[in-house]
Design a protein around this ligand. Structure first.
Ligand SMILES: N[C@@H](CCC(=O)N[C@@H](CS)C(=O)NCC(=O)O)C(=O)O
Length: 204
């Protein structure tokens, strides 16, 4: 049995989308992050970092979204969520997934909860937003010649990038207004079978 611990609209939405397209039987347990449910003793037993996503597979716990997405792509190979092992296409898909996890996500964390990072919340938010624009300029260039972030096919990297684009709701200067390729890409993902509906159900 597979159980996803998920906070709506958060990075665990990428895992929810991957599970939906994988065809794997699973259930979703909602963690109300706004109410602080990630800090309860029950959830800390699942992830001592108090973060979603967490995936429980027959009693074993996997945390870290990048590891979970890769696991799902391996146990559901027919969903084609990653190119074949050892190919350059796979390396590029993993590179773009890590680009978003390692570079984009930390800046959104600062923009969403600046108080965790220092006293000057306005300055923290402004610097985070500026860094995000620099990163999305690179993403926009990559999308000029590619329908999906790592090439012609959807991969786990796209599932996470779609969620990150949605987080522009907290930015003063939204990404999709500035970067036309990012806007077209988002519309492509929202129209994609299965995952498009998962995103639409949580993007408001
Ligand atoms: N490195 C972790 C980070 C996960 C993470 O930051 N999750 C956020 C939601 S996007 C969270 O649970 N935040 C709750 C909190 O920080 O209180 C991963 O990539 O899975």
């Amino acid at each position: 049995m597979i159980t996803l611990y998920h906070a709506p609209g958060s990075c665990s939405l990428a895992v929810k989308a991957a599970l939906a397209i994988s065809g794997l039987e699973h259930e979703v347990n909602i963690v109300n992050a706004q109410a602080g449910e990630q800090f309860t003793p029950e959830f800390i037993k699942i992830n001592p970092l108090s973060k979603v996503p967490a995936l429980i597979v027959n009693g074993d716990i996997i945390t870290e979204g990048a590891a979970i997405l890769q696991y799902i792509s391996e146990v559901a190979p027919n969903a084609n969520l990653l190119p074949a092992m050892g190919t350059m296409a796979r390396a590029q898909a993993l590179k773009w997934m890590m680009f978003v996890y390692s570079n984009v996500h930390p800046h959104f964390a600062r923009a969403f909860v600046p108080a965790r990072y220092g006293n000057d919340e306005t300055d923290i938010k402004e610097k985070a937003e500026s860094a995000l624009h620099d990163l999305f300029a690179i993403i926009n260039d990559q999308l000029a010649d590619n329908d999906f972030i790592a090439g012609a096919e959807l991969s786990i990297a796209d599932l996470y990038l779609a969620v990150a684009i949605h987080w522009q709701i907290i930015m003063k200067d939204p990404l999709t207004k500035k970067y036309a390729n990012v806007e077209n890409y988002l519309q492509r993902l929202l129209a994609f079978p299965v995952v498009g509906n998962v995103f639409k159900s949580e993007f408001s």
